[in-house]
Design a protein around this ligand. Structure first.
Ligand SMILES: [Zn+2]
Length: 160
């Protein structure tokens, strides 16, 4: 137990303890006041959380960014590339049938299949790199969160 640096009260709690006690659904400790002034739980995205638990939630990177970077962007790149190659092939067939015949085996639909496989593999690698970087960037914030405390008497928050 750590004493409050402002009022010296020993009625303090770590963010982790507050967050865990207020996050599990059915747990009534640390009940908050909802937007319309009622006392009770308010719904979170995946689990029920009290306002107190929400205010001491651990830092998290927005999941949408990871999705965009890891899946959507490589998918769009793959789509654009295959469309471009397809268009190139059509232009070649119209403009220079002889050259198209030479390049056909390389730019066939079979090649597009392998390109798609390559893009998917690439997106998985990119996604892992992104997750690793995100984890490293998040580490200091998580460390600070682990050391954060709240005084339940005067409401002061501090990092030990
Ligand atoms: Zn205090």
């Amino acid at each position: 137990m750590t004493n409050c640096p402002q009022c010296q009260s020993d009625n303090t709690s770590s963010y982790r303890m507050l967050w865990m006690s207020g996050t599990a659904s059915g747990n009534v400790s640390g009940t908050g006041i909802t937007a319309n002034g009622q006392i009770g739980f308010i719904g979170g995205t995946s689990s029920q959380q009290t306002y107190l638990a929400q205010s001491v939630a651990p830092p998290a990177a927005p999941p949408l960014r990871g999705f965009l970077f890891g899946c959507l962007v490589p998918f769009i790149v793959c789509l654009v590339l295959t469309t471009m190659l397809s268009a190139l092939m059509t232009m070649l067939r119209l403009g220079s049938p002889a050259l198209a015949k030479v390049l056909a085996p390389m730019l066939s639909n079979f090649s597009f299949f392998w390109l798609a496989i390559l893009c998917i593999a690439g997106s998985l690698v990119l996604r892992n790199v992104y997750l690793q970087v995100r984890k490293q960037k998040l580490a200091p914030a998580l460390q600070a969160w682990e050391n954060s405390w709240l005084c339940l008497k005067c409401g002061v928050r501090w990092v030990v």
